[in-house]
Write a protein that binds this ligand. Structure first.
Ligand code: FES
Ligand code: MG
Length: 572
């Protein structure tokens, strides 16, 4: 279906007189021929390239491929930068700036003469921030992910980001030297791309493909594989057609698409961060999604993909084994096959011809890799609005556990005391970390998978129940209860936990309780004071005042919903 209404870019480039002169003339200083302004689709290429976001540092190349595709299809490509969030360098956490970057994306798209947008996403936060911002404008939009790194090799072993946590334990125990650490760095990060395991970046790439926002196979093609350039070029061709069809984001992002994303996330063992980002995206596009939906729609989906941290392999192995379409095909009996995607076909049609080439990597529903998958949402007096746990990355024996709390009031408190030989802790203790939530850190850092105390590591303990209002890296693992809501800094029950309190977790019953009476808790509440972070200005002050709790997606209250693409006033 061809869309006959004049394109929005003509409100700039199609103008006569002074305004049209100004809109076109300065563009022409880039050597653009006059016929590019003749009413053809103008495609914005929203680029998160940055040398401070190493996972996205190859994006200038990808943008060139997109441009070729746009030109081939008769469009006019214009590349623009937006705030880029690198997971590894940004302090105190890239998550603090996800909402800020989304504002940049939203306003950059709306304010400029573009008819459709290609989002170049890679490292963790660059995907949700771009999709959230684009949803609030709702133009035809297509996502291209940067692709995972190839797996690393060190001392005869395949390594990836999940090994960072293993290396850290080994270093604590003196099994790895600083010299070996430095050597392993280069062996792990040996190609362009984002983390090679099913961390948050790969989870986000999978999410956009499952939502129908990318061409098939986008999720798993390695960054270093030239087919990543090919899919970028094909995406450039396709976005021009999407503009002609007026295939906007809201036509693709239906409730069914969100349910599909949750089911696919369960099958691939995606990151817990998926919950927060998908909720925030739903809030922007106006689909009613809540935290219990994650539990509900992942419950009957077993783990099919054998990829770290839930399994053994890497994203490139998933690609060689058939890619995400092969996983989606296995789910054909469960998902909404008719959900439409950016190529105009349904998600079911896109996976019809997929084949599985290695059953060690992509299993069947009948004979899954693990029965437990997805996201479990636990509730109780310790988390009245919910907390999440990733069963596939947890220890089965700890899924029902009762233990005494060992409390850390802040992350600094944790660092100061965790390896103190005098710390009263054993393998049955429940480690509790407060004040690492959206308001408390601020920005909800990935510190929830607290490292195990050295004295327990020496005894061979590698997992314990850990509870916090923070997040965990998608590459992390363990019996880690995250995103406790309300958070401690917002006066949640978590703030009132004391050393020695009994805590019971029952993942099968979906409960998390602090075994302290209501009377005692209200006594403790009288003496509770929020931390004074002494943040009185700037973006972070705005963030603390407006950020919502984790169970709502941690977006800012005033950013929910969309304002559309219309701009009524001219600039001159
Ligand atoms: Fe960028 Fe892992 S650090 S994806
Ligand atoms: Mg991360």
């Amino acid at each position: 279906m061809e869309n006959k209404k004049p394109l929005r870019s003509q409100n700039w480039f199609g103008k006569t007189g002074k305004d049209g002169f100004i809109y076109r003339a300065w563009m022409k200083n880039q050597g653009i021929p006059p016929d590019m302004f003749d009413g053809r689709p103008v495609i914005g290429i929203c680029n998160t390239w940055s040398e401070l976001t190493p996972c996205n540092a190859h994006f200038r190349d990808l943008a060139e491929s997109v441009k070729k595709g746009v030109l081939e299809a008769g469009g006019f490509p214009v590349e623009f930068p937006v705030m880029s969030l690198g997971e590894t360098l940004i302090k105190p956490t890239a998550m603090l700036y996800r909402n800020l970057a989304s504002m940049d994306v939203e306003e950059s798209i709306r304010a400029n003469p573009v008819d459709g947008v290609v989002l170049l996403c890679g490292c963790d936060k660059t995907t949700p921030s771009l999709v959230m911002g684009a949803c609030s404008v709702d133009l035809p939009t297509l996502v291209i992910s940067g692709g995972p790194m190839l797996k690393g090799h060190w001392k005869g072993k395949n390594i990836g980001t999940s090994d960072v946590w293993r290396f850290a334990e080994a270093y604590k125990l003196g099994e790895i030297s600083q010299k070996e650490f430095v050597e392993a760095e280069a062996c792990m990060a040996r190609t362009q791309g984002h983390c090679a395991v099913m961390g948050t970046a790969s989870t986000m790439a999978t999410m956009v493909e499952a939502l129908g926002l990318s061409l098939p196979n986008n999720a798993a093609i390695p960054a270093a594989d030239v087919r990543r350039k090919v899919i970028s070029q094909m995406s450039g061709r396709r976005i021009v057609e999407m503009v002609k069809e007026d295939l906007t984001l809201s036509k693709i992002l239906t409730r069914e698409a969100f349910e599909n994303a949750i089911m696919v996330n369960a099958a691939i063992g995606g990151s817990t961060n998926f919950v927060i980002h998908l909720l925030a995206i739903a809030g922007r596009i106006g689909v009613d999604l809540n935290i219990m939906d994650f539990d509900k729609y992942s419950q009957n989906v077993p783990l099919l993909a054998n990829i770290q941290p839930s399994g053994e392999h890497f994203m490139e192995d998933l690609y060689y084994s058939g890619g995400l379409p092969a996983v989606i095909k296995e789910l054909a009996g469960i998902i909404h096959n008719g959900a439409i995607t950016v190529n105009g076909k349904s998600i079911g049609d896109n996976s019809l011809e997929a084949e599985v080439y290695d059953r060690n990597i992509v299993a069947t529903l009948e004979n899954p890799f693990k029965p437990e998958s997805g996201i479990a949402v636990v509730k109780g007096n310790l988390a009245p609005n919910g907390a999440v746990l990733k069963p596939s990355a947890a220890t089965p024996a700890l899924m029902v556990h009762r233990g005494k709390a060992v409390v850390f009031e802040t992350i600094e408190d944790y660092h100061a005391r965790i390896d103190d030989p005098a710390l009263e802790v054993d393998e049955n203790s429940v480690m509790v970390l407060k004040n690492v939530g959206p308001k408390g850190y601020p920005g909800m850092a990935e510190v929830g998978n607290m490292g195990i105390p050295k004295k327990l590591l020496e005894k061979g303990v590698h997992d314990m129940v850990r509870i916090s209002d923070g997040r965990m890296s998608g590459t992390g693992f363990g019996t880690v209860v995250l995103h406790v809501s309300p958070e401690a800094a917002d006066g949640g029950t978590l703030a009132l936990v004391q050393n020695g309190d009994w805590i019971s977790l029952d993942v099968h019953q979906r409960t998390l309780n602090l075994e302290v009476s209501e009377e005692e808790l209200s006594e403790r509440r009288k003496n509770w004071k929020p931390l004074d972070l002494a943040i009185n200005r700037g973006y972070v002050n705005l963030y603390i005042k407006h950020v919502e709790q984790a169970h709502l997606g941690a977006d800012m209250d005033f950013l929910k919903g969309k304002s559309g693409s219309e701009v009524t006033r001219d600039s001159h």
